[in-house]
Write a protein that binds this ligand. Structure first.
Ligand code: AMP
Length: 273
């Protein structure tokens, strides 16, 4: 992969990178299509990164189907699917880690210790190996996208990081490989996440500025789903991810909710009028 990337760079080609963990869905495909429209060569990486999973998380059972991922990637405009082994990315003796400090502290970082260190490390490695002109990430993982933008800026990488809108199912549920874990009853209940996000946005647009009041309504709504348990619900400054007691500027409404034994995240950005 490194040799091919060098060749592409020598030929002056614009390279678009779409990092994924596979189990591709329309969310991933939207990133690949955008990448194909803005670059001369598109590399999709498929790698279930052990570094970003906690010891009690779903690394072992995460869905894997490389043949399907290759087919879908090609159809969406990918030129190369890079699916390295763990050994290839982390040969024995590997011990370097990348940490993006403050942005990693809260929310996903608090609930999943070490997660963003794993993400930042693998993305840095993938950037090194593929040398992209552009890289594409989803707003679905909003904190991750901010961390990667920060990392690219701090390390003065030449890649331009793009963050694309969340692709949703007809009932509003954000597409996610983890939706496959849900029973059909749980899948229906998962619609409380986008419903709660939209209700929160409506309150903001109606003039409510107290985060506490909005969040108590959000929590009430989510509790209506019998299998739902809230990990966190927050309204934060969209750039720093710090909680905002009184809302102003651009805010992100962040949700992490367990539906049974499946943990789902979602978010919405709102410009406070
Ligand atoms: P993953 O395979 O879950 O690591 O996701 C790979 C990339 O796809 C990340 O940049 C995600 O943010 C993005 N992504 C995942 N789900 C969606 C979605 N529903 N809409 C848009 N992008 C997504």
């Amino acid at each position: 992969m490194a040799l091919v990337s060098q060749q592409l760079a020598r030929q002056g080609k614009r390279v678009g990178l779409v990092p994924t963990m596979g189990a591709l869905h329309e969310g991933h495909l939207s990133l690949i299509r955008r990448s194909a429209s803005q670059n001369d060569a598109v590399i999709v990486t498929v790698f279930v990164n052990p570094l970003q999973f906690g010891p009690r998380e779903d690394f072992a059972r995460y869905p894997r189907n490389l043949a399907r991922d290759v087919r879908l990637s090609r159809a969406a405009g990918a030129d190369i699917v890079f699916a390295p082994s763990s050994r290839a990315l982390y040969p024995s003796g590997f011990q370097t880690r990348i940490d993006v400090d403050r942005l990693s502290e809260r929310w996903e970082g608090r609930s999943r210790p070490g997660h963003f260190r794993g993400v930042a490390t693998v993305v840095t490695l993938l950037f090194q190996v593929t040398r992209p002109t552009n890289a594409y990430f989803g707003q679905k993982d909003y904190q991750q996208a901010l961390i990667i933008q920060r990392l690219a800026r701090d390390l003065q990488l030449s890649v331009k990081v793009h963050v694309l809108p969340t692709v949703r199912e007809p009932d509003g549920v954000a597409m996610s490989s983890r939706n496959a874990y849900l029973t059909s009853a749980q899948r229906e209940q998962a619609a409380v996440l986008p419903r709660a996000l939209r209700a929160a946005r409506a309150r903001i647009l109606a003039g409510e500025r107290r985060a506490r009041s909005i969040l108590s309504r959000v929590r009430r709504l989510i509790r209506q789903a019998t299998d739902a348990r809230i990990d966190y619900a927050a309204i934060v400054d969209a750039r720093t991810l710090e909680p905002q007691p009184r809302l102003h500027g651009r805010v992100a409404i962040l949700l992490a909710v367990w539906i049974g034994r499946t943990r789902l995240i979602d978010n919405l950005l709102v410009d406070v009028p």
